[in-house]
Design a protein around this ligand. Structure first.
Ligand code: FAD
Length: 383
């Protein structure tokens, strides 16, 4: 049986799902271990993904992309992350943050900034988190001070995907100091070659090593007024809306990872002997595999239901947080069980389960730690 069975995927997203699987098998799987070990940026895979028309295509046709919708991006995510999460993250980060401009930016901004990303001439990124603050989006300290000609940014950002590699970023910065702490933030376009922008890679990670994050320092970084996205003070709300989409996709990261853990565990126990028989013949082992499968199917059904809800903007915050939390925690659990079923071989780097085990730790944190998701689920799921 195919764990990432397409019958749950809406019909319009199935063709791209097949393309993503074919691409992943040909271009990601063969080099995944090598990139994990080296921790290098997988530029050749990124370029192959661009040639295959699978990178940055969430940008609409009007600005040079294919306009893939949330369900199409989720379908691609499941396939890419099943192959390798580090490379998958690099492929998906190439247009990170663009959605915000597509929704709130001016025509001129979209023409200038979205088109080169959609046409794969540039890559973007989104800078929100800071060294001292991640979960509290209304507690960020980077400032954008208004001047006669535009804004001057000062402060630091941390964890930013492509901070070093990107051509420009969507940056979240403080523009006000009112009592309503949610109205104090705005979004800006910041080209990474602007004087006063400095970025370096953060230390090596234990998982998703083929994706690169950076630490940015803004030191009197001046940007023109036309680089403000939407209205001043609207940044927090733009981000909240963006995260509803992002969290559905992050659920897909974990569904892909969990599918891989189940496949690895299944094939290992069917191939390994103990006490004179195949390990898969022990009923206790079969029950573990049955539990892994049930949890996977439950999370996947929820994630796809939530995708439809978010796409239709029906209680989007609740459904996005629910799907993200369930899928990411299911993957942690499934990977843990998959490790146990591999015995001592679980800890050998050459076995994919060890890579999956490390990678599943990341989606429970990014796009908002799961404690924050539970706050949202309670607050937005009131009866
Ligand atoms: C691989 C990776 C890629 C990333 N990419 C990006 C990116 O491209 N751009 C970007 O801006 N950011 C990015 N991030 C940052 C990510 O969004 C943050 O790590 C995340 O939001 C959590 O923030 P923090 O790490 O500062 O944790 P903190 O906010 O310091 O929280 C630490 C822990 O405290 C607990 N906690 C915090 N607040 C609460 C609360 N209210 N209730 C209960 N418990 C709480 C939680 O257990 C939480 O995990 C990335 C992170 C990783 C790991």
């Amino acid at each position: 049986m195919d764990l990432l069975d397409e019958s749950i995927v809406p019909e319009h997203a199935r063709a791209v799902k097949r393309e993503a699987r074919e691409f992943a098998e040909e271009h990601i799987v063969p080099v995944a271990e090598e990139y994990y070990e080296s921790g290098e940026y997988p530029r050749d895979v990124l370029e192959a993904g661009m040639d295959a028309g699978l990178v940055a295509q969430d940008i609409s046709e009007e600005y040079g992309g294919k306009g893939y919708d949330l369900q199409q991006i989720l379908a691609i995510s499941e396939e890419f992350y099943r192959a390798d999460a580090g490379i998958a993250l690099t492929l998906q980060l190439a247009s990170f943050g663009c959605e915000i401009m597509e929704h709130y930016g001016s025509e001129e901004q979209k023409e200038t900034w979205l088109r080169p990303v959609a046409e794969n001439e540039q890559i973007s990124g989104l800078a929100v988190s800071e060294p001292q603050t991640g979960s509290d989006m209304a507690g960020m300290e980077t400032t954008a001070e208004k001047t006669d000609d535009g804004y001057v940014l000062n402060g630091e950002k941390y964890w930013v995907g492509n901070a070093v590699e990107a051509d420009w970023l969507t940056v979240y910065a403080k523009t006000g100091d009112s009592d309503d702490r949610y109205s104090n933030y705005s979004m800006f376009i910041v080209p990474t070659d602007t004087p006063g922008y400095e970025a370096e890679h953060i230390p090596e990670k234990m998982g998703m090593r083929a994706s690169k994050q950076g630490h940015i320092v803004f030191d009197d970084c001046e940007i023109p007024e036309e680089n403000l996205i939407g209205t001043e003070g609207g940044g927090f709300y733009m981000l909240a809306d963006f995260f509803n989409h992002g969290r559905i996709v992050v659920g897909g990261h974990s569904l892909g990872l969990a599918a891989s853990a189940i496949e690895e565990a299944w094939s290992f126990v069917h191939d390994r002997q103990a006490f004179g028989r195949n390990v898969s013949e022990f009923q206790a082992v079969q029950h573990i595999l049955a539990d892994m499968r049930m949890e996977f199917e439950a999370a996947r059904a929820l994630n796809w239901r939530a995708a439809e809800k978010v796409a239709n903007n029906e209680d989007a915050g609740f459904w996005a947080a629910t799907a993200k939390t369930k899928s990411t925690e299911m993957a942690v659990d499934v990977a843990e069980r998959g490790m146990q079923l591999h015995g001592g071989r679980s800890v050998l780097d050459e076995n994919k389960i060890s890579r999956v085990y490390r990678d599943v730790r990341i989606p429970v944190i990014y796009e908002g730690a799961n404690e924050i998701q539970r706050n949202l689920i309670y607050r937005q799921g009131g009866l």
